[in-house]
Structure formats: C-alpha cells, structure tokens
Design a protein around this ligand. Structure first.
Ligand code: HEC
Ligand code: HEC
Ligand code: HEC
Length: 380
C-alpha cells in the first residue's frame, strides 16, 4: 500500500516535470513565434472581414459600380488611380455619408443607412484588396447611350418583347409612371417566375445603363435607332423574314441601306421592292446572298490598312509570324466575307489576335478582307 503510494507520488512528480518542461518549451515557442502568430490572427481577421465586405458589396453596390468595381452608373472603383489616392478613412467616409446631390446613397446608420461601422469597414477592406491587381483606368468616360441600348435591345430583348411572349417595353405612359430604378432592378434581377430572365450576370453594368438610356428616351417619346453593324441589321431582317414578317424586315433593310456601302447599298432597295411585291421567298434568297457577300471592299485601300495593322504579326507577304500565314489560307478560303468580318471584329479570344471592333470600321475591314482575297488565288 505504502509502496504503491510512493510510486504514485513519483509518477506524479515525473509527470509534473514533463508537463513543466512542455509548458516552458511551449511558452518559449509561443514567445519566439509571437510576432508571426499575431500576424496570422490579424490576416485571418482581415480575410474574414474582406469576405463579409465582399457579400455586402455584391448585395448593395454592384448595380451601380459593377460586380468587379468596373463602374456603371457609378464610377470605376477598381482603378489604381482612385485606390492610391483614396485612404481607408476617405473610403469609409464616402460610403458612410454618400455623395449628397448624386445617386451615391449614404450607407451608414449614422446617416440613416443600413450599415454599422463594422459593415462599412468590411466593405473598405474588400475594396482595398483590389489595389493589388487594379490597373490604371483612364478617367471614366462612360456615357450611357440609347443607340447602343437599342442594339442590345434588338439582339437580346426584342425576341420576347416584340413578340407574343412579353409586354412591349416601348410604352411611354408606363415608363413615365415608374421609378427609373424599378426598370434597372427588373432588368438586373429579372422575374424568373414570369419568364423574364435575370440579366445581371449576362450584361455588363454599362450595357444595363445603355438599356436604361433607351428606356428613358422612350419615356420621352423618342424613337431610337440602334447603333449596330450592317451585318447585325441584315441578320435582324433575315430573322424577321424567317418569321414571315415583311413589315419588320423592311424596317431593318431601310436602316441597313443607310449605313451600308459598296454594291450592297444598291442591292438592298431591290430586296425591299421584292418584299413590297410580296415575293417573300425571292426576297429571302436575295437577302441571304447580300448578307453572304457583305461587305464588299476595295483591295487597293486594303493594302495600306493591312501594312499598318496586320503586317507586324502576319508578315509583309502574309507569310506569317506571331499569327498564321494568310496566303492560300484555308480559313479565309472557306469563309464568307461576313463571317470574316465577324471574326475580325471579335478576334480570337485569349490569343494576340485581338478584335478590331473599336479600332477599325466595317468599311476599313471590308477593304482588308478584299485585299486578303487577292492572296488566295496565286501562290506567292
Ligand atoms: C444608385 C447608384 C449607386 C449605388 C447603389 C452605390 N453607389 Fe457609390 N457612387 C455612385 C455615384 C453616382 C458616385 C459618384 C458620386 C460623385 O459624383 O461624386 C459614387 C461614388 C462612390 C465612391 C467614390 C468614388 C470616387 O471616385 O470618388 C465610392 C467609394 C463608392 N461610391 C462606393 C460605393 C459602395 C461601397 C457602395 C455599396 C455599399 C455604393 N457605392 C453603392 C452611385 C452608387
Ligand atoms: C425569354 C423572354 C424574355 C427576354 C429575352 C427578355 N424578357 Fe423582359 N420580360 C419577359 C417576361 C415574360 C416578362 C414579364 C411578363 C410581362 O410583363 O410581360 C418580362 C418583363 C420585363 C420588364 C417589366 C415590364 C413591365 O412593364 O412589367 C422589363 C423592364 C423587361 N422585361 C426588360 C427586358 C430587357 C431590357 C430585356 C433584354 C435585356 C428583356 N426584358 C429580355 C420575357 C423576356
Ligand atoms: C498582335 C498580333 C496580330 C495582329 C496585329 C493581327 N493578328 Fe491576325 N492572328 C494573330 C494570331 C496569333 C492568330 C491565331 C489566333 C488563333 O490561334 O486562334 C491570328 C489569326 C488570324 C486569322 C485566322 C487565320 C487562320 O488560319 O485561322 C486571320 C484571317 C487574321 N488573323 C487576320 C488578321 C488581320 C486581317 C489583321 C489586321 C486587321 C490581323 N489579323 C492582325 C495575330 C495577329
């Protein structure tokens, strides 16, 4: 019995000693690691705060500043110029009190908004994180444009809203009776239960604002012509004809004629004539042909544009370089002018072949295409 107790005490004291050593080592370890340990709780805290900020941002700010801070009705926030200038305190203050006299709301509870100081700090931390990757964006020159809105409308909304599926949106009385933001939110969030898709992800903030500009112009009773390429308008005419709607087809053809060039400009009135004579099938066939030949350019003018724009990658003789060889090229030979035009406007994603949409007009691209055709018949 006694022996056992002694043994037990010894066991206890050995255990005690081991524990003390562990504690001492542990304290030493903690002491040595104190600095980095504090760093990691700090960064964990920031990480969680950014995450909360991210959610608040997505729920409350994207409709005006875009999901990635790319701007829209509100300025670009994901911009190095801006983020370097604005201190955390300045960001906090702007979000807290808003910008009176503009559409930037006051978000802080102190100013009648919904956010606590902690919420706002979370958003500031989230926005601040963009600074690591932000680029310099030129002063935001985005101006909502009703004509651009009309082309988005034509390509995306028309199919339901001018057909039997949904109400006509061009309704002045209705537009005037509603809050502008009601339309913005309806477009962004849709009405899934009624068959209206949500466009918040498919359209950029800028595109939504272009649509808003269109809707307010309609509210003022204006008729807005879409700012679209000839090709897109010809496609709309073709679509209308496929629905046997010659009235709409004529509407598009008249628009296409105004902005078309080359022989196409003379061919379009002939199609309109066929439609007026009720020869729908003939008109359809002619329209397909006109669309496939579109655009007809001038090879001589094309040489200069090629040298200035394409030569650096495709070579002076079209022999290739960064880009493939363009002489006796299968892709060119098997493509219509209009599909080449579409390709050149859009470019080839994730390659150095960027789209020329904003850099060359259809008129100039037509000339380049005509020039590329001269390389398809003779081996250089
Ligand atoms: C209804 C549209 C709208 C919403 C929603 C909105 N903003 Fe703004 N915001 C604006 C406008 C417009 C401005 C520019 C005000 C001005 O001209 O000074 C702005 C300015 C700002 C600025 C200052 C930018 C600068 O260049 O000085 C910050 C920061 C900002 N908003 C953050 C936010 C955050 C964060 C949210 C969400 C909590 C938010 N905004 C929600 C419209 C909005
Ligand atoms: C797939 C069909 C479809 C497409 C495409 C579509 N909508 Fe809708 N839209 C609907 C339906 C269905 C409704 C709800 C029923 C109704 O009010 O007619 C609706 C309702 C709306 C409303 C509310 C109209 C009102 O007065 O109640 C707006 C605004 C709207 N859509 C805008 C757009 C815009 C802008 C686009 C293009 C970006 C678009 N829609 C594309 C089907 C569509
Ligand atoms: C910065 C370099 C660069 C410039 C400038 C450039 N391209 Fe390209 N191009 C490429 C690359 C790279 C490809 C291959 C893309 C791919 O792999 O999808 C390509 C592909 C093409 C193709 C498809 C060829 C095939 O066989 O698939 C055509 C046609 C073409 N370019 C025409 C042009 C024209 C016309 C211009 C001037 C208006 C031009 N490119 C300017 C780099 C360039």
């Amino acid at each position: 019995m006694d022996n056992l107790q002694i043994e037990n005490y010894e066991r206890h004291s050995i255990l005690g000693l081991i524990l003390s050593v562990i504690v001492i080592l542990g304290v030493g370890f903690i002491w040595i690691n104190e600095a980095s340990r504090m760093d990691s709780t700090e960064s964990e805290y920031i990480f969680e705060s950014e995450l909360r900020g991210n959610i608040l941002y997505l729920e409350n700010c994207t409709s005006c500043h875009g999901p990635r801070g790319e701007g829209g009705a509100g300025p670009v926030l994901n911009n190095l110029y801006f983020l370097e200038e604005a201190s955390d305190e300045a960001l906090f203050a702007t979000i807290n009190t808003g910008r009176p006299g503009t559409s930037m709301p006051a978000w802080g509870q102190i100013s009648g908004g919904i956010f606590t100081d902690e919420d706002i700090q979370d958003i500031v931390n989230f926005v601040r994180k963009w600074e690591e990757t932000a680029s310099f964006v030129e002063e935001d020159i985005f101006e909502p444009n009703a004509s651009r809105g009309a082309s988005i409308y034509l390509s995306t909304c028309f199919i339901c809203h001018e057909g039997a599926t949904a109400v006509r949106l061009n309704n002045q009385e209705k537009i005037l009776s509603r809050d502008e933001d009601w339309y913005r939110q309806t477009i962004i969030n849709g009405r899934p239960a009624k068959g209206m898709p949500s466009w918040g992800k498919a359209l950029s903030t800028h595109q939504v604002e272009d649509l808003m500009a269109l809707i307010s112009a309609w509210g003022e009773g204006q008729q807005i012509a879409p700012d679209t390429s000839v090709l897109e308008i010809l496609m709309s005419a073709l679509f209308a004809l496929s629905q046997k709607d010659s009235e709409d087809a004529i509407f598009y053809l008249e628009r296409a004629e105004k902005i078309a060039f080359g022989p196409t400009k003379q061919q379009i009135p002939l199609i309109i004539l066929q439609l007026n004579n009720n020869s729908l099938d003939e008109a359809y066939a002619s329209l397909i042909q006109v669309k496939d030949l579109w655009p007809i350019g001038d090879a001589e003018r094309g040489v200069e544009i090629y040298s200035a724009t394409c030569l650096s990658c495709h070579g002076a003789e079209g022999e290739g370089g960064v880009g493939p060889k363009l002489t006796m090229n299968d892709f060119i030979q098997t493509s219509t002018n209009s599909s080449l035009l579409t390709f050149l406007l859009a470019g080839s994603p994730d390659t150095p072949m960027r789209g020329f949409d904003e850099r060359l007009s259809e008129f100039q691209l037509a000339d380049v295409i005509a020039f590329l055709r001269t390389w398809q018949t003779t081996t250089p």
